[in-house]
Structures are given as C-alpha cells and as structure tokens.
Design a protein around this ligand. Structure first.
Ligand code: PAF
Length: 291
C-alpha cells in the first residue's frame, strides 16, 4: 500500500488511473480500522480496479467535549490491515492539508441530518458532510463504500452527493458484527470488560423490535418501546433514543403498513462511551411467528 499525504499527489495518481480507464473504489475512514472497515475495503477490491482508503480523524465532526483528542489511533496497524484488505493507496492528510485556516466553507444537509444523531450531536453531520464532500472532490469519480452501521450518516452522504451532483456512486454495506451481535466500531475499544459483556444488549434490543414488527405490530412507538424495554433490562446501559423509521427517508410512519421497509435505530450510553446501531426489517403481509 502506498501512503499519500497531499491532495495534489492523490489527485494526480487517481486522474492517471481514470485516464487509463480504471474504476476507482474509495473507502473513507477515521482509522483504528476493524473488520467492518476491512469488509468495505474487500468489497471495493472486488468491484474496482484501484482502491483508495482515507484515514482522517475529522475535527469538524466532533463537538467540544467529545472524544476528538482521545479518538483511538494506530497508523502502523491500520496500514497493515488496509494492505491485507487489498488497498492500493492510503490517503493520510494532516488537519492543515484538509482545512487550511480559517475554515469558511461547510456543507450542511437538511432533512436526513435532523433528529436522532443530529439531535444528540447538533454539529456532527455538517462536519461529516463537509469532510466527505471534500474527500469526494479530492478523490474524484469513484464508487464510495460506507457501512450501514452509521445509517443516518449514509443517508446524509447519499443526499449530499446527489444534491451536489458529485460523480460518486455511494454504496451502503451491511454492518459487520462480533459473534455476540455487537456491531463493530472503533469506539468499542473504550468499553470496560463489564461494559463489553453488557454491550450485546444493543443488538438484542433491535432484534426484539424486529420480532414484534414481524409479529404484526403496526405502531412505530410500540416497536420503539420494545427496544427501550430490552435496553432498560441492562443496568449499565442508558437509552438515548429508539425509533422505527422508514428506510428511505428516516421518517416515522403513522402506522406500519405491510411491505414497509423499516430501519430500527438505537443509541445507548454506557458509562465509558455511547453506541449506536440499527437493523432493517420489512413489515410482513401477514404476521409470522416471533423469532
Ligand atoms: O464513518 C466515519 O468513519 C466518518 O464519519 C467518515 C465517513 C470517514 C467521515 O469522517
């Protein structure tokens, strides 16, 4: 894997690849890579001729008091993982390279940025949309791979790329989970052993929510209530939000109709960190057995 630190060099390398008719795959990350990232890289490797991944802990998406300074970093390990997953180019710009001072231009996306993570972290999605717009402009025409774990982020990025007519195909990839169901996340590194043992409650709660949808529950609030009740059973976990929304636009339906494609969203605080997760479920034409 070749490390690239400047915008000018990355642009030149990728322009040359596209001129030779090659398809570029792009995986943006904040580093501290895990199997979830590796699966995005492998998918890009399968689909594309040249694969670039970025590692940039984006200060714009952290509010004051969040974990920007403590965000886990390990470039040597990340480089080895990216190489093993088939990445050709690793873009690791400095903060100064990405954001020459003063930063006067930002990108904000109304609609999908509102509610849920947007309510808990009011400046977060403008930070994400700004850095991703910038990265898309630097990388240029490509297929870009994002995990569904950050489902609202994926909706924001899709909308931003569409609205700005960026030459990027945004691809959402399924969440990769630990054997006990915990969604892989760089922030899992913060969990104490006791919290780590408790954390699968997040996925268990989502599965309980999906089970009541499959059993015929039509009230989104009741589905959210089921998720909340499972989280409430775990003393180390504090629910921040639970919701059953339409996958397409994250709106809450008045009533779930047969065939509706729903996303169950949840955010849970543990003493050392906050975890988010989601699960897709399609409302059945006729109720099925609870699973
Ligand atoms: O999901 C992430 O790791 C980040 O939000 C992203 C998309 C790399 C932007 O900084």
């Amino acid at each position: 894997v070749k490390r690239v630190e400047t915008i000018v060099e990355l642009r030149a390398l990728l322009d040359a690849q596209r001129s030779a008719g090659r398809v570029v795959g792009f995986v943006p990350t904040m580093g501290y890579l895990h199997d979830g990232h590796a699966s995005l890289m492998r998918e890009a490797r399968r689909d594309c001729d040249v694969v670039v991944a970025s590692i940039f802990v984006n200060p714009l998406q952290f509010a004051a008091g969040e974990d920007l300074e403590d965000y886990p970093r390990d470039l040597a390990r990340d480089t080895a993982l990216a190489e093993a997953a088939g990445v050709d180019l690793l873009f690791t710009p400095s903060v100064g390279e990405m954001y020459p001072e003063p930063v006067l231009t930002t990108v904000s996306v109304a609609g999908p940025s509102e509610g849920y993570e947007g309510a808990s972290r009011p400046t977060h999605f403008a930070g994400v949309a700004t850095v991703v717009a910038k990265l898309f402009s630097i990388v240029g025409g490509c297929r870009a791979y994002f995990g569904e774990k950050d489902f609202q982020q994926l909706a924001v990025v899709r909308r931003m790329a569409d609205d700005l007519s960026l030459p990027v195909v945004v691809i959402g990839c399924e969440t990769v989970r630990e054997p006990d169901g915990l969604a892989m996340s760089s922030r899992n590194a913060y969990l104490s052993p006791e919290e780590r043992a408790a954390a699968p409650v997040v996925h268990r709660a989502l599965r309980a929510g999906a089970a009541v949808v499959l059993a015929g529950e039509r009230d989104p609030a009741a589905v959210a209530g089921t998720i909340a009740a499972v989280v409430a059973g775990e003393p180390l976990a504090d629910l921040e939000y639970a919701a059953a929304v339409r996958s397409s636009d994250l709106s809450v339906p008045d009533a779930v109709e047969p065939g509706d494609e729903l996303r169950l969203l949840v955010a849970v605080r543990f003493p050392s960190t906050r975890l988010i997760d989601n699960l897709g479920v399609t409302a059945p034409a006729a109720p099925t057995e609870r699973s």
